[in-house]
Write a protein that binds this ligand. Structure first.
Ligand code: ATP
Ligand code: MG
Ligand code: MG
Ligand code: MG
Length: 474
C-alpha cells in the first residue's frame, strides 16, 4: 500500500482505537518530573507514571504516536538507512490489561491484513527471548509464523536495572539480498544481526517481571505491554524508499536544501547525500526541540541542540552553502508535520529566529575553524600516534565553537583519534577558571538562557552533559 505519512500514522492509531485503546497526544520532548531522562526517547518514557502504578489511566489501553529524540543515534544519522535523531514512535500500551495473547496477534494483523498494511508475510521475521516459550508458541501456533521465521535471541530482554522489565519480541522486515551489508555466510546475516537487509520495525515488550534492588526478579501482579514501531522505517517500506529519507517526511526538506545549495543535487554522490540527510534530520530535531521549549546552550539539552545545529551547519558548508540557511527550513518542517504536530508551524517565526541567531554565532568562526581543523588533521596524519592532541581539540572547541564530538567525527573520518583525556583536562582547567570568576556573576542573580543571553562558550560545562548523556543511552 502506498500511504503517505499522515495516512499511515492515522491508520495505526485507528487500528488500536478499534481495539479499545484511547488515543493519546504526543507528549513534549522535554520529560516532565523525570530527572533521569534528558529527552523523551520512546513512547513508554511518557507512560512511567502508569506503569509504576502512581497514576491510573482512564483507559488501560493506550495508543500514541510519540515524537522521540535519541542522542545515542546522532552519529548514525546519514550513515545507516534507518536512524534519525528525532523520530516518531507508534505504540500500543496495556497498563495491566491485555498481554501476549492479544498483543502478538494484533501486531500481526496490523502488519499483514489486506485491510491494514498488507505487508508480504514472507518478508517478516521475529525474534524472541529463548526462555519465552509462550511468545514463541503464540507466534508459531496462533499467528502461524513458520519456525524458520522465528529467531531466538538472548538479547531480547528489556531491562534497565531496576523496575519493570521482561522479554521482548522484535519484528524485522527483509529488505532483500541487495541490502546485505555483510557477506551471505556472515554470522551477522540474520534478522536481529548487524545487517541492514533485515530492518527492525517494531519492538513488543512484555513487561512481566520486577527487577528488585537486590538483583532478583519477581513476577509482577499486573503485566504490561509496551510497544514501539518506527514510523519512518515502516513508511520507507510502504513508499519503496531505500532509506527513511526518501519519504514524504524528508524529501521536501532535502529539495529545499538543494535549492539553497550551490547547485548540489540529492542522489548524485554519497558524501553529499550524507550531508543532505544530516541536515534534514537535524533541522527536524532542532525545530521540535525548540518548539517544546529547549534552547541552544552550554549543557544538558542546550548542548545537544548546539551540537546538532553546528553539525548541520557544517554539513551545509560541505554542500557549498556559505550563509546561515537552516532557519529557512523551519517552515518546510512545519508544513510537513502540522497535520499531527502543529507546534512547529505555529511557532515557526520564533524557532527560525533562535536558529538564525545560533547559526550566525557559529558562522562567524566556522571558516577559520575549518581551516584550523584541516591543519590539525594534516598534523595528526603525519604524527606517530595519529592523534589530535587534547589541547588542539580544546582550541577547536573554545575558540571556534566546534563541539568536541564534531572534532572527533572529523578525526575518525580520516582514520585518526583525539586525545580525550587531554581534552578533559583542558576543560577541567577552564572550569576552574570559570569557578573563580563565578562569584561576581552569582551576585547578579541567576539568569535564564534566553535568546538574547546565550552564554559564552568559554563557560560551557562539559561535565554535566557527560553525566546526563550517559543516562539516555539505551
Ligand atoms: P536499532 O537496533 O535499529 O537501533 P532499537 O532496538 O534501538 O533500534 P527500540 O529501542 O527497540 O529500537 O525502539 C523501538 C522502535 O523504534 C525500533 O524498532 C525502530 O523501529 C524505532 N527506532 C529506534 N531508534 C530509532 C531511530 N534512531 N530512528 C528511527 N527509528 C528508530
Ligand atoms: Mg538503537
Ligand atoms: Mg535493535
Ligand atoms: Mg529494538
Amino acid at each position: 500500500k502506498k500511504l503517505n505519512s499522515s495516512e499511515f500514522r492515522q491508520m495505526f492509531l485507528d487500528f488500536f482505537a478499534e481495539h479499545g485503546h484511547m488515543v493519546m497526544q504526543s507528549a513534549s520532548l522535554i520529560p516532565k518530573d523525570d530527572p533521569t531522562l534528558l529527552w523523551i526517547n520512546s513512547g513508554v518514557a511518557t507512560m512511567k507514571k502508569y506503569f509504576d502504578g502512581s497514576v491510573v489511566p482512564k483507559n488501560r489501553r493506550i495508543t500514541s504516536s510519540q515524537k522521540s529524540i535519541r542522542t545515542n543515534d546522532i552519529e548514525n544519522v546519514g550513515k545507516t538507512a534507518r536512524h534519525q535523531t528525532l523520530f516518531e514512535m507508534l505504540g500500543n500500551f496495556s497498563v495491566g490489561d491485555y498481554f501476549k495473547e492479544e498483543a502478538i496477534p494484533w501486531a500481526w494483523e496490523f502488519l499483514t491484513s489486506p485491510k491494514w498494511l498488507d505487508l508480504d508475510k514472507d518478508k517478516l521475521y521475529v525474534t524472541v527471548y529463548p526462555k519465552d516459550t509462550e511468545a514463541h508458541r503464540i507466534w508459531h501456533e496462533v499467528v502461524g509464523l513458520p519456525e524458520d521465521h522465528i529467531v531466538q535471541l538472548e538479547d531480547n530482554f528489556w531491562d534497565i536495572g531496576e523496575g519493570p522489565c521482561g522479554p521482548d519480541s522484535e519484528i524485522f522486515y527483509d529488505r532483500g539480498q541487495e541490502n546485505n551489508d555483510v557477506p551471505e555466510d556472515d554470522p551477522e546475516n540474520f534478522p536481529g544481526g548487524e545487517n541492514a537487509r533485515y530492518l527492525e520495525i517494531w519492538n513488543i515488550v512484555f513487561s512481566e517481571f520486577n527487577h528488585l534492588p537486590d538483583g532478583s526478579y519477581v513476577e509482577q501482579p499486573h503485566k504490561n505491554i509496551d510497544t514501539g514501531m518506527g514510523l519512518e522505517r515502516v513508511l520507507s517500506i510502504l513508499q519503496d524508499a531505500p532509506t527513511n529519507f526518501e519519504t514524504d517526511l524528508f524529501l521536501p526538506i532535502i529539495h529545499a536544501t538543494e535549492d539553497l545549495s550551490d547547485g548540489k543535487k540529492y542522489g548524485v554522490n554519497k558524501d553529499d547525500d550524507t550531508s543532505f540527510k544530516i541536515i534534514a534530520d537535524h533541522i527536524r530535531a532542532i525545530s521540535f526541540a525548540i518548539g517544546d521549549g529547549a534552547l541552544p546552550g552550554n549543557n544538558g539539552r542546550g548542548y545537544v541542540l548546539r551540537r546538532l545545529l553546528r553539525r548541520a551547519a557544517l554539513n551545509g558548508r560541505k554542500l557549498g552553502i556559505k550563509d546561515a540557511f537552516l532557519y529557512k527550513l523551519v517552515p518546510v518542517v512545519g508544513d510537513i508535520m502540522k497535520s499531527h504536530y502543529p507546534e512547529v508551524a505555529d511557532q515557526a517565526d520564533f524557532i527560525s529566529k533562535v536558529i538564525k541567531n545560533e547559526e550566525e554565532r557559529f558562522g562567524a568562526t566556522l571558516e577559520a575553524g575549518l581551516t584550523l581543523l584541516d591543519d590539525l588533521i594534516d598534523k595528526a596524519k603525519a604524527s606517530e600516534d595519529k592523534t589530535i592532541s587534547g589541547q588542539d581539540a580544546f582550541k577547536m572547541f573554545d575558540t571556534y565553537g566546534f563541539p568536541y564530538e564534531l572534532t572527533v567525527e572529523a578525526a575518525e573520518d580520516n582514520g585518526l583519534k583525539v586525545d580525550k583525556a587531554g581534552f578533559d583536562s583542558e576543560m577541567e582547567a577552564q572550569k576552574e577558571r570559570a569557578r573563580k570568576a563565578r562569584g561576581k556573576l552569582e551576585s547578579m542573580g541567576s539568569q535564564d538562557e534566553t535568546l538574547m543571553e546565550i552564554k559564552d562558550d568559554s563557560t560551557f560545562d562539559y561535565g554535566v552533559y557527560e553525566e546526563q548523556g550517559k543516562l539516555i543511552d539505551i
